[in-house]
Ligand binder design. Sequence first.
Ligand code: AHR
Length: 501
Amino acid sequence: MDKAKLVLDKDYEISKIDEKVFGSFVEPLGRCVYGGIYEPGHPTADEKGFRRDVLELTRPLNVTLNRFPGGNFVSTYRWEDGIGPKEKRPRRAEVAWQCIETNEFGLNEFADWSKLNGSDVMMTVNLATRGVLEAMDCVEYCNFNEGTYWSDLRISHGYKNPHGYRYWCLTNEIDGVWQVGQKTGTDYGRIAREASKGMKLLDDGIKTVLAGSSSPSQATFPGFDAAALEESYDFIDYLSIHQYIGNSKNDTPNYLAKPITTDAYLKTAASTIDYIKAKTRSSKKVKISFDEFNTWHSIAEEDRFSKKWRIAPPLLEDIYTTEDALALGGMLLAVLKNADRVEIACVSELVNCISHIRTRNGGGAWVLPPYYTFLLFSKYGRGTSLVTAIKSPKYDSTDFTDVPYLDAAATIADNGDLTIFAINRSLEETLPLETELRGFSEYKVAEHIVLTSGNPKDTNTEENPNFVTPKSIGDARIDGNKVMANLPKLSWNVIRLQKIK
Ligand code: AHR
């Protein structure tokens, strides 16, 4: 194949990358919480019931911000159900996922777990079937110091210090017909504005996230977002958008091209924000919270509605493979390429449900190939995102034309080290890559990490957990002011360059 070219110039930066883009999402859905992060009685569980074997897998991801508890779950959730003595907590029929929610695990348990995991929490309040006051009560419970009904109740539950949560989602995917409490953009924008106003009057340090579109394929995108923003623009801080991509046609070249739509989606969301900013004559810069995204094949959804009202059944436990690792990689590159507009990004979800970490109740925990894509992104994607000028051989797929075989982004860390993230979308051929470094000082190749496998459908299992793992086997080398590398077919590459002078 002809070589691809990438040009990086030290003076051409997109933006500093916000630490909150290394986020994730935990929803009491299926076995994400129960049997995932929490399983009292498991051989590795600590005294609070948190699985230590799972923590050993989540910690290295260095998740900065964890969204909780929803998700569709939040639309009929009463946050008060999950506080206080566990034996007094009510069991509820949870309608979004048609399960029984025991409420054994609530916001305080999540606070404790998040501390162990080293991540901050982004809370979601229910504005679908509840109102402004219940949202304000939750802020008072979590963030108010003491001396009020809700703050003193928290203290009586053993939490003297406020949780001090700074980021708050104003409900979830309320544009969706599947949501109990679905609203129009205008109706939602009004309640979100009032909730945000009340919540900020209680704690003026918080930032709020307006729920925008649940998918770029929703017919209401971006009209819903524009209408909701118009009602609330000066009162909120972020616009939330979500996206899941999948390989329903079992057409890998087409699937690997889909992150092109992620980039377009983020740009349209940014333009929608700009339009409302201009229309409302505001000087505020609302940013994007891409707080749910991943690949999703729904293979485990089959019996969701036939076997109702189970406790923590296995739901949405997709078996992710090498091709998913690359598709997720493309979405993460879109986040880096839009780092000037995206300040929060949460890969969905952390354990078991549409997740890259898998557990067995009472048994082991292991990781699927996309786990490593996120791990390497989180480890080396910090710092400043650079403009990438790309020239690449291209292909046509079922839904896309002129798809570059190369997808890439680059970051420069605060210590000057450079990282090039690059995907070769070809299933058949190695892609030679020539990267020109303009205006940079001297570098050496520290490592060229490659995640690939012979078959796009390769994966890991409990019995064979290390079948697909990243390896330092790449051949990147410096040649003057160029970095030359061969990107193996179907590969996610992390080329780490260390500053010498
Ligand atoms: O993550 C699974 C579900 O996907 C979430 O509950 C919802 O927000 C989205 O539709």
